[in-house]
Design a protein around this ligand. Structure first.
Ligand code: SAM
Length: 365
């Protein structure tokens, strides 16, 4: 298996002493409620209060500032103390913010993950076993009768949409400038953005490059959201849209103009291996031999840090239980094999794009 050096060091030999391993296993066994404690310490503003009051706050002060009962605050603070989220001064019983609490409060990635995990995934993961055994997103059911999350997206409750888009945008937005530089270096004029969603990358392209035209293809529901998001914005006349469901094997890629590049950002991870090969084959039919595909993905084996690799392998289980039941965050070996199976060649892989974790795989026929 391919692994970046840092990951190889920790994934090929046991990193923990027995005592550390036992402690971690205990933490995992309380994972669901520990997660809720973290979320609620943010939601009730307690971590922010402790951040703003460096000398600390007593339980009574926290209770009067939050309006929560003494009982509720006591339970939350004691749980947070034993989870190292806060610290206590034993001489005056004041709580202070711990380092874990600081990161829960201030790390934008952690905040996007918490919202996504609570609003989109939490209930669905209860039936992860069913999803794994049956190969369908069994956890999507509590949102309604949908085959995949993508059809449901624009009909989901507002806070669920907000958390889904917050997560999606957080992870791709940071990478757009470097991606755009790569695409522009190849003098792209007509770009096809496959799974272009609400058009954030397309807007970035037309703002930065007065000559580029971008066509987004996506499901009709997302194209509608994209048109709303783009209405009246300068450059939006150079953003076009084609509604299509690429899961339908008979759906061909658009040929309304000669595209000189195809951009797929966080798109192929929405499909099973077999579907990826089919999509790439159909896409390659509309490009010439000297045109390129730019495939941006967060490949879990190409991460420098364990938490990043772990977030990605856990995200796979969102695809399993909630999104579609059959896709995942791929690794280099698997995605390369599928690209080759579709009759394509990998020209280069650019790593550490954006705030770290993305790779852009440049592919030719
Ligand atoms: C994870 S989002 C990525 C969005 C955007 N490219 C980005 O990087 O932020 C995947 C996109 O693929 C689209 N998609 C999923 N299934 C699709 C299908 N069967 N046909 C066309 N588009 C699809 C979704 O609607 C969504 O916009």
């Amino acid at each position: 298996m391919h692994l970046f050096e840092n990951l190889k060091k920790v994934f090929t030999k046991e990193p923990y002493s027995a005592r550390e391993a036992q402690e971690i296993a205990h933490i995992y066994s309380w994972g669901p409620v520990l997660f809720q404690v973290c979320r609620l310490m943010i939601k009730y503003g307690i971590l922010q209060m402790l951040h703003d009051n460096r000398d600390g706050l007593t339980q009574e002060e926290i209770s009067s500032r939050t309006g929560l009962s003494a009982y509720a605050v006591k339970c939350l603070m004691e749980a947070s103390l034993t989870a190292h989220i806060v610290l206590i001064e034993t001489d005056n019983d004041k709580y202070r913010l711990g380092k874990v609490g600081w990161f829960l409060l201030n790390d934008a990635m952690i905040r996007a993950d918490i919202d996504f995990n609570h609003d989109v995934n939490y209930e669905g993961w209860f039936v992860l076993d069913k999803a794994l055994e049956e190969g369908r997103p069994a956890g999507l059911k509590h949102f309604g009768d949908w085959t995949t999350l993508y059809e449901a997206l624009s009909s989901l409750p507002e806070e669920v949409q907000k958390s889904w888009f917050g997560f999606d945008h957080y992870y791709s937005d940071h990478s757009f400038d470097e991606a755009l530089a790569l695409i522009s270096a190849n003098k792209t004029r007509n770009l096809l953005d496959v799974g272009g969603n609400t058009g954030r990358f397309a807007m970035r392209c037309v703002e930065a490059n007065p000559e580029i035209e971008v066509t987004i293809c996506d499901l009709p529901q997302q194209i509608k959201l994209m048109r709303q998001a783009m209405a009246g914005k300068a450059g939006s006349d150079r953003v076009h849209a084609v509604e299509m469901n690429l899961l339908d094997e008979k759906t061909a890629f658009p040929t309304d103009r000669r595209y000189d590049a195809i951009w797929m950002s966080q798109f192929l991870d929405c499909f099973s291996e077999q579907q990826i090969v089919s999509i790439l084959r159909r896409a390659s039919a509309i490009l010439d031999d000297d045109n390129r595909f730019y495939i941006m993905e967060t490949l879990w084996d190409r991460q420098d840090y364990v938490p990043a690799a772990m977030s990605l392998t856990m995200t796979s289980l969102y695809f399993t239980a909630i999104a579609n039941g059959n896709s995942k965050m791929y690794n280099t070996d698997d995605l390369s094999r599928l690209i080759h199976e579709a009759g394509l060649k990998i020209e280069t892989i650019h790593d550490r794009i954006g705030n770290g974790g993305h790779s852009i795989i440049v592919v030719k026929r």
